[in-house]
Design a binder for this molecule. Sequence first.
Ligand code: ACO
Length: 323
Amino acid sequence: MAGRSVVVGVGHYLPERIVPNSEFEKTLDTSDEWIRTRSGIERRHFAADDETTSDLATKAAEAALVDAGLTADDIDAIILATSTADLTFPSAATMVQARLGMTKGFAFDVQAVCAGFVFALGNANALILSGQAKRVLVIGAETFSRIMDWTDRSTCVLFGDGAGALVLEKQEGRGTSDDRGILATDLNSDGRYKDLLYVDGGVSTQSTGHLRMQGNQVFRHAVEKLTKTAEIALERAGLTCDDVDWIVPHQANIRIIQGTAKKMGLPMENVVVTVQDHGNTSAASIPLALSVGKQRGQIKPGDLIVTEAIGGGLAWGAVALRW
Ligand code: ACO
């Protein structure tokens, strides 16, 4: 017998406002065609002016709890992956905790940019396996529209806002790769790559700042590091790429998604793709894709999933899990 962190609920929330690529043609030297062919993105959602990351996160969390048939009273911990929290402090996670009416347990944010949800899953799994929590709400939520430089065509057309959430519950498994739940994780970062992707402001530098990215340099790292981390997570679970039913990748760019699947030897029929509708929602993209993938009828109980993500840091990682 072995404890496993099993997904018992999933949900998401996207802000109402949908912005097609053509919107950017009005203010920037860009085109729908360039954005589609270079990134795969067709549209994205942007939060309303009065809508914050914790608003999006709360709605996704509520949907995941309904899906799980649970209430906030059943949850021991909330981990919220975000780089765009409402306030410097308290954490957006504690704001969600209050909004859900949860008065016990604990809540905190994890910041690993686009890899944030994978890092949050790894932390939630560790809390569950070490006996510190039985049920953990794991959320990815972002309002990257707040840190865009709207004059920089090489970044502002790529990102979107949204939130997704999972409920993880401790269940007993047999300790084999047939078990449902998280089977293995692999987390990495290398701070030497800071200048490839960062926000040029923050509390300690006394400004909010805007996202800056050397996109083609990030691209160069992405396929290789994502393939490797996915393979390591699978190997730790005693599995290979051949066992995978679904790659649920971070949704940054369709060419990175295609390149990684190809390197893993899997066809695009085995990949959940949402980048065309959401753009890059950073830490929200994987739980959004899991939720949409379930809604579409792609992801089914028992399916072997590998999630992988890379982002600012650089930080990257993967989780192998059976749905
Ligand atoms: N419209 C038209 N032309 C553009 C645009 C645009 N929106 N943006 C850039 N260009 C131009 C550039 O100026 C450049 O022109 P030049 O050749 O005259 O200098 C040309 O297009 C090519 O630019 P590249 O950056 O080389 O284009 P590339 O094919 O690499 O695509 C992109 C750019 C989409 C950003 C890609 O590199 C990418 O997706 N990179 C990875 C991003 C990523 O994965 N981020 C992950 C994490 S995000 C996070 O952690 C927050």
